[in-house]
Design a protein around this ligand. Structure first.
Ligand code: SF4
Length: 370
């Protein structure tokens, strides 16, 4: 059977961050155990069961907000359904403040081999403004705890263009992050999404956000500082030590198949007739009700049209530094000429790649090509 990437969504967090539009809920108590049991049942009944795991990724929410026995029970259900071997990349997202050495040790012994830590900033003023529950000192403590537990592959997530952030503040963040020597860095520009507390505050003019020019400077700083420190940029926002790119995310960017389990998880797989994409019920209560009463767990399931697949392939493929493979894709000559004139793309017989300038305009390039 063909291997498949596996994603498990754990939708709980201690509090809801002001900028967060992920499917996450500040809930605790019985619903967490109920969701663990429902997720295990979903995995056990999956039509994708039996396909070996190409990669496994626990995201959220905050997977490490579960206690270790809950997390490991779900993980063991994944392994029973999707066998893994010693080479399988197995990641859990974790937030500083929800982890300690015993939890990391239990996870490592169970088979997790990669931790993605939601650091976001090393400045307490930023963390307070973002609504994060951890403080800066907890990031280094969490990294040390993960190292002590045996993890040799750690990612740090950081965000730039935060409210009141200066270029100096962002440089300080990069310095602190690089001093830790994580194997991987994900450096994202804050975007203000609808249905978040930040969106409402921004409408009222309460957020002092860096302007476009400052954002470009901050992004360029990511590229320069990471390159100086020996990291290879392999995607718009992702940098890794050689050979330690996130294999799971590469599956997404290559528009490969993936199984998704848990509330709000998305999955995408081939059948004889079409590529199917489904999205599970988002709210933990509704998701558990559906699993427990054997009703459909997905609230959306569609066969993707050729146009949707092409759109997805272009939008995701452009993000990778290796570029968008053009085999089987047709583009208007006028669009290609325009993008070349703007110096936003490189074009050869097999790929379209963004230039350094073009990386600031990935969405615009994708729309032009679509
Ligand atoms: S920790 Fe992450 S998932 Fe949870 S509320 Fe904050 S941003 Fe959202």
């Amino acid at each position: 059977m063909e291997p498949i990437a596996v994603y498990v969504h754990i939708p709980f967090c201690p509090t809801k961050c002001g900028y967060c539009d992920f499917n996450s809920y500040a809930m605790s108590g019985d619903i967490m155990e109920r969701t663990v049991q429902a997720t295990i049942q979903e995995i056990q009944r999956s039509p994708l069961r039996g396909r070996p795991a190409k990669t496994i990724f626990f995201g959220g929410g905050t997977p490490t907000y579960l206690d270790e026995s809950q997390l490991i029970r779900v993980f063991q259900a994944v392994l029973e359904a999707h066998p893994a071997d010693a080479t399988t990349e197995i990641t859990s997202e974790a937030n500083p403040g929800t982890v300690d050495i015993p939890k990391f040790k239990a996870m490592h012994e169970a088979g997790f081999n990669r931790i993605s830590l939601g650091a976001q900033s090393f400045l307490d003023t930023d963390l307070l403004a973002l609504g994060r529950v951890h403080r800066s000192g907890e990031i280094e403590r969490a990294v040390n705890a993960a190292r002590d537990a045996g993890f040799k592959n750690i990612n740090l997530d950081l965000m730039f263009a935060l409210p009141d952030q200066s270029i100096h503040g962002w440089r300080q963040n990069l310095t602190r992050a690089l001093a830790i020597h994580p194997e991987h860095l994900s450096l994202y520009c804050l975007t203000i999404e609808q249905n978040t507390a930040f969106y409402k505050q921004n409408l009222k003019g309460m957020l002092n956000l860096p302007d476009d020019e400052q954002q470009v400077m901050m992004y360029d700083e990511c590229i320069e500082r990471c390159a100086e420190a020996g990291y290879e940029q392999y995607e718009i926002s992702n940098f890794a030590q050689h050979g330690l790119e996130c294999k799971h995310n590469i599956c997404y960017w290559n528009a490969e198949e993936y199984a998704g389990y848990g509330p709000g998880a998305v999955g995408s797989f081939e059948t004889n007739l079409a590529r199917i994409r489904y999205t599970n019920l988002k709210h933990p209560d509704r998701y558990c009700d559906a699993v427990e009463t054997d009703k459909p767990i997905a609230f959306e399931s569609e066969a993707l049209s050729k146009e949707s697949l092409r759109t997805e392939q272009i939008m995701l493929g452009l993000r990778m530094n290796t570029g968008l493979a053009t085999e089987g894709l047709q583009f208007s000559q006028k669009s290609l000429s325009r993008l070349l004139d703007l110096n936003w793309i490189y074009l050869d017989d097999e790929t379209i790649r963004l230039t350094k300038e073009g990386r600031h305009f990935c969405s615009e390039v994708a729309l032009e090509l679509i």
